[in-house]
Ligand binder design. Structure first.
Ligand SMILES: [Zn+2]
Ligand SMILES: [Zn+2]
Length: 348
């Protein structure tokens, strides 16, 4: 098969690889129809996250069809069309049972191999999926590849971020970072009842999409603060949803939040310290919520609701590439060329 492999910082290449084979009785093999490029793929791509083995297939977002199952896979059969969360889930452990599937004790992230251990990713013709019973979601035939792809990561993460912010209809909310997950967080917050959302980003195309979703937009922190203060008699935001994962974004979130507000962060922070101190948190009675989205849990909740969403979320995938165009795909996506919001490989 062919797969888009990590070679070095800012270097990926589509190259021939051995087809995956069933290794365990709970494994399945999926033939990929569409694979997403995600902001998290850019952490190793830019060298912000280190340790990824050379030759690892990139990506953790994929949709496809089951072509082979191990003898203990009972929830799925060959031919089923499936979506997958970005990490595997057993479906039986304490964490899977309480809905915190992202902390499954057998949890493994797709597209992360270190010291020859771990899983190849979804940006290939075929993917090996361990713990297939608990990981794969049978999606039927009616959902588009684009929507099913977002269900496994970005849409679920948007709902998780919005739910952690305890949305209510009278609240005023700030969303920091309007990439695909930020835009889907806006959509989720509205679905949960939010009427006033201020969206902050530096990229005009993203703000335009946030505006189309019904958010007020701001391209400077000052403008966002002004908008929030004027909507709250100067108090600040009831909830801040932060999707950037960098300290300046956290500092801004702290500035914007009102006393007693909730900061919901799904931006993947890689720093050892907070952008605000314990004293700062105490002085504003801040509630801080964070962590990797339990995507498998959310997929089950959201699958029946997809038709209720106010827009075709698949349209957020603005750019599609063939697998042979991996260098171009990473260039366009990582540099946000040509108004790219979200990119995917399509195996048509
Ligand atoms: Zn992702
Ligand atoms: Zn589990």
């Amino acid at each position: 098969m062919q797969g888009c492999c990590f070679l070095d910082i800012k270097q990926v290449r589509t190259q021939p690889l051995a087809d995956p084979v069933i290794q365990n009785s709970l494994d399945a093999i999926v033939q990929v129809e569409m694979a997403g490029l995600c902001g998290s793929d850019l952490h190793p791509f830019f060298g912000r996250e280190t340790g990824l083995d050379v030759g690892t297939v990139m990506g953790h977002e994929f949709v496809g069809r089951v072509i082979e199952v191990g003898p203990e896979v009972t929830n799925l059969k060959v031919g089923d069309r499936v979506s997958c969360p970005f990490s595997t889930n057993c479906g039986n452990c304490f964490y899977c049972n309480i809905g915190l599937t992202s902390r499954c004790i057998y949890n493994q992230l797709f597209g992360w191999r270190q010291n020859s251990q771990g899983l190849h990713g979804g940006q290939a013709e075929f993917v090996l999926v361990p713990n297939a019973n608990g990981s794969l979601v049978h999606i039927g035939e009616s959902i588009s590849n684009e929507t099913a792809l977002l269900l496994g990561d970005n849409l679920s993460t948007g709902f998780y971020c919005a739910e952690m912010a305890a949305i209510h209809s009278d609240g005023v909310y700030l969303v920091i970072g309007c990439g695909t997950v930020g835009l889907l967080t806006i959509l989720a917050a509205q679905y949960l009842g939010a009427k006033k959302i201020v969206a902050f980003d530096l990229v005009p195309e993203r703000l335009k999409m946030a505006e189309q979703l019904g958010a007020s937009t701001a391209s400077t922190e000052e403008a966002a603060l002004q908008e929030i203060r004027s909507a709250t008699k100067g108090r600040g935001a009831d909830g801040v949803m932060e999707l950037v994962g960098l300290l300046p974004a956290q500092e801004f979130a702290y500035q914007a939040i009102r006393p007693g507000g909730i900061m919901s962060t799904i931006g993947c922070h890689c720093t050892p310290n907070f952008g605000f101190s314990p004293t700062d948190a105490y002085d504003k009675n801040i509630t801080y919520r964070t962590g990797r989205c339990p995507a498998r849990h959310y997929m089950d909740q959201l699958l029946p609701k997809l038709t209720e969403l106010p827009m075709d979320i698949g349209s957020l995938i603005t750019h599609q590439f063939s697998l042979s165009e991996s260098e171009k795909a990473y260039d366009v996506f990582s540099n946000r060329k040509d108004g790219c919001v979200k990119a995917a490989f399509s195996f048509g």
